[in-house]
Design a protein around this ligand. Structure first.
Ligand code: HOZ
Length: 428
């Protein structure tokens, strides 16, 4: 595989963009090679600027649940663009998408659109603080809620990938208001919430962790969290930026039957355009300006192209058996990968929830940040490079998830399982 043009472009990009990328994991540092520059994508395939073709398991980190460039979404965006790309004023499109979100997500009665997942979580936390009059937020080690100051403490995604514990530039005064505790530990959760309930505004959690690799919640974790937060007057926020409209049409909350007070969304609701949203109980959402005193605003919020793409994306999800078929495909793939590891004699723990999965290079169960960190990232790096050579585009980090889309065919998945076995055997 020749990536000479990508390599050249990366050198040029580094002259004008920090690290040559607009989001750190993309620089591929932890997998020991230069990133490939993508030219275009269709269905399950991405094509780089050297003309190489890859089967894509990054899927733009989640939004492309139907694969790349479905006609319905492209047509909707083109049609919307003909009417201009932004108004900074109310439109019927934003009302239509809001209604679809309210109908779909069980706990959301009202929703506000923003431009990214980061904006959604940042705004939801401000709202929780405004609503409760308390300051402290509780998060979980290895969960990632975007890059707002309050969340960059023992965070997942790029920070765990690059081994960064926090970030310079986040004032101590902000850090002191964030408590980060282990994922899936009911005891520490209870102790923390009971001890500090008078000052805790909210608990924010990824109901399935997707930024330290895929980690499912234990049977009791979310239930306990819901019971405690209700009892102690703490707002419960589900960050469903990854899981929303992915694990089911109503997200992880519908799958597990646990209702948060506020939900953050992004990725799929924008069909690949920049969108985030936060929503929840009307009683809390009515505190947002202009109805209430909690301020949040944005020129491009509810942008007509993004709304059009989101509407088209959600419509496609309502096809009969969509999630059943997607999850079956993912199960087939995960089983195949686990068998490939076994046959190659490489210790791999395969975590999967619906169409999200991660193969951790460790023989032990991965249930939290600490156990995720035990996986052999160097092995993952070699595996990543070997698979790329064979035309498989994986996330350039051990601590991200693989996304299965409706456009991945069983034939393709079989082929990738075979390549994985080949790669694992080389590793062994
Ligand atoms: N940090 C996000 C993935 N968990 C996005 C990475 C990117 O877009 O580069």
């Amino acid at each position: 595989m020749n990536t000479t043009v990508s390599d050249k472009m990366f050198e040029k990009a580094k002259e004008v963009i920090p690290g040559g990328v607009n989001s750190p994991v993309r620089a591929c540092k932890s997998v020991g090679r230069n990133p490939i520059f993508i030219q275009k994508a269709k269905g399950s395939k991405v094509y780089d600027i050297d003309g190489n073709e890859y089967i894509d398991f990054v899927c733009s980190w989640g939004p492309m649940i139907h694969g790349h460039a479905p006609d319905e979404i492209i047509d909707a965006v083109k049609e919307a663009a003909d009417d201009s790309t932004s108004f900074g004023a109310p439109t019927t499109k934003e009302m239509a998408l809001a209604s679809m979100v309210v109908d779909a997500v069980p706990s959301i009665e009202k929703v506000r659109f923003v431009n990214s997942g980061t904006e959604a979580t940042m705004s939801a936390v401000r709202l929780a603080r405004g609503y409760t009059g308390k300051d402290i937020i509780v998060k979980f080690d290895g969960c990632y809620h975007g890059h707002a100051d309050s969340f960059l403490i023992k965070a997942g995604s790029g920070l765990i990938t690059l081994g960064i514990p926090g970030s310079p530039g986040v004032p101590d005064d902000v850090v002191k208001n964030t408590i980060s505790i282990p994922y899936n530990d009911d005891e520490i959760l209870e102790k923390t919430l009971r001890e500090k309930s008078d000052s805790i505004a909210c608990v924010i959690v990824e109901p399935v962790a997707g930024n330290m690799g895929c980690i499912s919640p234990s049977k009791t974790f979310l239930k306990k969290m819901r019971e405690l937060t209700t009892e102690l007057g703490i707002v419960l926020i589900f960050d469903e930026v990854i899981t929303g409209f992915r694990l089911s049409y109503g997200g992880a909350q519908e799958l597990f039957g646990i209702m948060p007070d506020l939900t953050c969304l992004g990725k799929i609701i924008g069909g690949g355009l920049p969108v985030g949203a936060y929503g929840g109980k009307a009683e809390i959402m009515d505190q947002v300006a202009p109805d209430g005193p909690v301020y949040q605003a944005g020129t491009l919020s509810g942008n007509p192209l993004a709304m059009a793409a989101g509407i088209a994306n959600l419509r496609l999800l309502r096809r009969d058996n969509f999630y059943k078929e997607l999850n079956e495909k993912a199960e087939f793939f995960a089983d195949g990968l686990a068998k490939a590891a076994e046959s190659a004699g490489v210790p791999v723990t395969l975590n999967r929830v619906g169409s999200l999965m991660t193969g951790f290079f460790t023989q032990d169960p991965v249930t939290d940040f600490e156990s995720a960190m035990k996986s052999d990232s160097d092995k993952y790096a070699v595996h990543y490079r070997q698979m790329l050579e064979k035309g498989v585009y994986l996330a350039p980090s051990q601590f991200e998830v693989a996304f299965i889309s409706a456009s991945h065919t069983t034939e393709e998945l079989k082929k990738v399982i075979e390549m994985t076995e080949w790669s694992f055997k080389k590793l062994a």
